[in-house]
Design a protein around this ligand. Sequence first.
Ligand SMILES: [Zn+2]
Length: 498
Amino acid sequence: MDQLPNFQDLKVSQSSQAFSRQTMGSLDHLLIVLPEKPHARLFRKLPQGTQLERMFKRSKIVGSGVVTSRLNNQRDTGIVLSTYTEKSTFQRLTWARKLVAECLKNSPGTLGISTIGLNEEERQRVIVAIVAAAEAAAFKLPEFKSAEKSRSRSLKQLKILSAQPRIDLNEVNATSLGNNVARWFTALPPNELNAKTYRHMAEQLAKKYGIRSEFFDEHKLKKLGAGAFLAVSQGNPSRDAGILRLSYRPKKQAKPDLALVGKGILFDTGGTNLKPFKSMLDMHKDMQGSAVALGTLIALSKLQVTYAVDAWLAITENRISGTAYKSQDVVRAVNGMTIQVIHTDAEGRMVLADTLALAAREKPGLIIDYATLTGSCVVALTERYSGAFSNREELAAQVTLSGTESGERIWSFPMDEDYDEDLLSSVADVKQCSATGYGDHILAARFLSKFVPDSIPWVHLDLSAGQHKGGLAHIPSDLTGFGVRLTVDLLRRNQVGL
Ligand SMILES: [Zn+2]
């Protein structure tokens, strides 16, 4: 796979035209969202209103919130009817995912949405949620099945009916694009996505958005003294690993205002401390953090934000081999810190250590890193929330708020200094992790903090919600691409010193 897909091929249009029988006849499927208790008069405003009212009443008898049927027209337009009551963002997105899934059951090419009867605020929120869900559902993740025909037809057009006033869809479009990027790269099989192809495709995508790239290969990293990254990459059979820096510069400035850092472990065997089969099975997804950093960068450039952004992707495998690193190795990172290796499966924090230190050298105003870092974060939160850690308490609170507002839910964990006692080493400056594994997500964050100077505000996201069986919020796939939407929300609130 060397060909990038069109990451956003759903056409979304807003039509101010009155909703007519003719409009209905031009659609394969129609989604009508009504207020909780729609007045009979409302149905009279709708074409084929009598049929719709009958459907609605029947749904009340059946008792489910959603009713599906076909319109009595030439096209046999499919119809889904639902009512809306105010919900949290997460609940609204989940509701939107289920509605869109219901609409897509018969693989329509065109889908219309009507929100007649909702007040303006509700209408905005409902449409944005449905657009987000439809943009995620319409995008096909990589598939390698031989019979092309067996692939279902995908949704091509989404028409928002009676769209007056028009709704600003820029942010939801950009976020969906970034999320699709993150999910697509993460879904690629590990023999397709190796260090070489990942770098190549990420550079190609970046170029499309006018983003510059620079690659720090092993040779360059050796010169810089990135011993923590190299400890992990030294077990690879080929010498393609490295750190990819992508730079978005809206104005002529050299320095970044914001740095996004991502863990890009292409396949994690655990290394010398090998993982058992079930734990290793899905380990090609261990690069999702870097894909989220990349997707977020693409979303921000699509939004044409006025600040400069760097994304740093730490790309390598973690292999078992004769040259792989071992417990009790002592290595030195870019910032001079020495690390006592404890467990080779804690490779994420090793590659992030050097990547964070390199990003920090550029003195950005804020660093955010993304990583599927620890099993203990999943144990603590399940795969429904992701964990956040910050060296600024107020920043952790803002990220938590953005989690609620964006529907990508966040729980923040302690960062107290006394946790460092568990990382004290008798031979090096710091231990990579503790041998007991208690609170490993917290210790991992404490470890990473050694590579970010206190002067730089920093957020570490442990992506326990990076995958969730059956989807999460508006995302229908097991892979969620969690983080793009959260970050765009956080940055829009502009409370992060940019
Ligand atoms: Zn690992």
